[in-house]
Design a protein around this ligand. Structure first.
Ligand SMILES: [Zn+2]
Length: 203
């Protein structure tokens, strides 16, 4: 059945969500619009509110509706550790693994020169500033073990070792399979990788 107008627009928007294919999008759209509309209204209002109030944390790039996110403003985290991840989704997986209690810095993606994504686009200048704060003693590079994630890890470690030779730079261990995204790795593997992190060899 071909959809037109507002329903088609809704289905089209839902199809863009991660893990939602055309059939699921159709199912969700009809579920939202059938009968009682309270769920649909709640979703619409929550989405609108979030898009207006949520922004990047000034310190780590996490998403927050305060000035600083909960990880940056918490008094119960180890200031000497700074873990670098590619996305908020990766941060969430590391948090769920319960293997880390330091601070975070979220890159705005990973280096992809062919797509025009360079050091500036992923926020390496902001990272340089953050990692240079005196309380930071160890930077843990937790980018994915994909080609782009590895290239990003290399660029980060080159940059930081050049500017801050006293800083300990570690990379989460290879328990995470080659080519794997942190986001889709199970939390036990991530916990192991964090515990077995290694000091980066200078190449
Ligand atoms: Zn933050």
């Amino acid at each position: 059945m071909e959809q037109i107008g507002a329903i088609a627009e809704l289905i089209d928007a839902l199809k863009k969500l991660p893990g939602v294919g055309p059939r699921a999008a159709q199912r969700i759209a009809y579920q939202l619009l059938n009968g009682d509309r309270s769920d649909a209204n709640r979703l619409g209002e929550a989405l609108l509110k979030a898009t207006k109030t949520v922004h990047r944390c000034a310190r780590c790039n996490n998403l927050t509706d305060g000035e600083l996110c909960s990880y940056c403003s918490s008094h119960n985290r180890d200031d000497s550790l700074l873990c670098i991840v590619e996305s908020v989704a990766d941060l969430m997986v590391i948090e769920q693994s319960l293997s880390y209690h330091g601070r975070y810095f979220i890159l705005m993606g990973r280096l992809s020169p062919l797509n025009g994504v360079g050091p500036h686009e992923i926020g390496l200048d902001k990272l340089l500033e953050r990692a240079g704060e005196p309380e930071v003693k160890e930077v843990i590079i937790a980018t994915s073990f994909t080609a782009e994630g590895e290239a990003t890890a290399f660029a980060v470690s080159e940059l930081l070792s050049k500017h801050y030779p006293q800083l300990k730079l570690t990379r989460i261990a290879r328990g995470v399979p080659a080519g794997a995204e942190i986001e889709y790795t199970d939390v036990n593997t991530v916990a192991q990788a964090m515990l077995n992190r290694r000091v980066r060899e200078s190449d």
